[in-house]
Design a protein around this ligand. Sequence first.
Ligand code: SAM
Length: 432
Amino acid sequence: MPPNYDDEIDFAALALQDPDFAKVLSSTGKLDFHDAKAVQQLTKSLLKRDFGLQIELPDDRLCPPVPVRYNYVRWIESLIDTTGPSYMDKYDPERSIIGIDIGTGASAIYPLLFCASRPSYRLGATDIDLPSLTSAAKNISLNDLSSRIRLLETTSADPLIPLDGLSIEHADFTICNPPFYSSVEEMQAAFTGEGKSKPPSAVCTGSENEMVTEGGDVGFVLRMVEESKQLKEKVQWYSSMLGKLESLRAVVAKLKEIEVSNWAVCCLRAGAKTRRWAVAWSWGDSRPRNDVARGESLGKEFLPAATELTIPISAKNVDEIVEKLNKMMESLDLRWLWKVSLKAGLAIARENVWSRAARRKQQRQDADRGENAKHTKDGDDSDSDEDEKVALAVKITAEKEAIQLRWLRGSDYVLFESFAGMLKRTVRETGG
Ligand SMILES: C[S@@+](CC[C@H](N)C(=O)[O-])C[C@H]1O[C@@H](n2cnc3c(N)ncnc32)[C@H](O)[C@@H]1O
């Protein structure tokens, strides 16, 4: 079971499981977040207990808090799981995945967490800071992961997503926790500045290269967005963590401006106090599950189009509705795979073949070809190879009181809505 870091960490339980952690806990069971050694030990103990990982951390670099980092890792894993080529919509242990961690830091925490939680993942990891890379290399070999994680030293003038430097043509995702601030002054103000009634809640051992970059987190991510315009589908999911909701607003606005229609947002929580945001975008057309793409408690302006729609039906005539839907789907010129036992089907269309005009055209073609040459369906026609053009792929599941539509693939939400509209009309005709 993956650890759940949504709630506060139970320090007393952790101290019982790890004597090294017990040593830094006060007699009243409190952890001093202003003590760098205590904070480091918390990270080490969680990595050891929950992932079997060992790490060493230098005193003059960031100590990564595990909960928010792992919540980001899990979110990326969900994005990958729900946008796979086989439409499985769940974790596929057979699928090899390559990710790139941009700015891996002294801990190499993201590559370590991915490798510990997913055996089929391999990672490239970059940084511009040599001491961080030296420490990252040590942590990778401490965990015997050198065959799955490749480190690359870059400079601030190099691309942030160096596919060539890593000798790869394609990556499934990028992950990044960028420096958040645009200047040392901005960073200092964030920790101690005016308007802060309280002192910072935890010690920060971050060095300037870790905390400060031109344009802050937004500047860094907008560079990634620019690079993604060139690389397009060479990376399936580009992503980054962001320090402020305002930063997320700026990045989402940019994605809309350049007409990226497939993005995902989420609020990363860890315990009651910590909140960060994450954004991911894709130039491809595989659509993540709705709860993954549209993080809860985020306003409408941040959210991509919904990837699930519900058509309510009456529980009395589910079987009749399902029968009618199946017949109707069979009559259309699309691939339709129906699993009776699961009451679920997969529809894959090359174009809109359900509009009235398309159906009339189909009828004329069928008549011309004659009864025996009627178009084939059920996935056994010649179009069923992997390279077929797909304008829309939708999974349809019949439940007791609803037909659920899951948009799996397609670049046009209007097409998905139109397909849903056609199903709604069919349900209505059956008195559903
Ligand atoms: C906030 S730290 C994150 C470290 C680690 N990923 C984590 O989550 O704890 C940002 C990292 O990005 C690195 N960095 C800054 N600019 C970079 C660039 N242009 N390319 C790659 N890494 C960069 C810094 O050296 C630093 O290690």
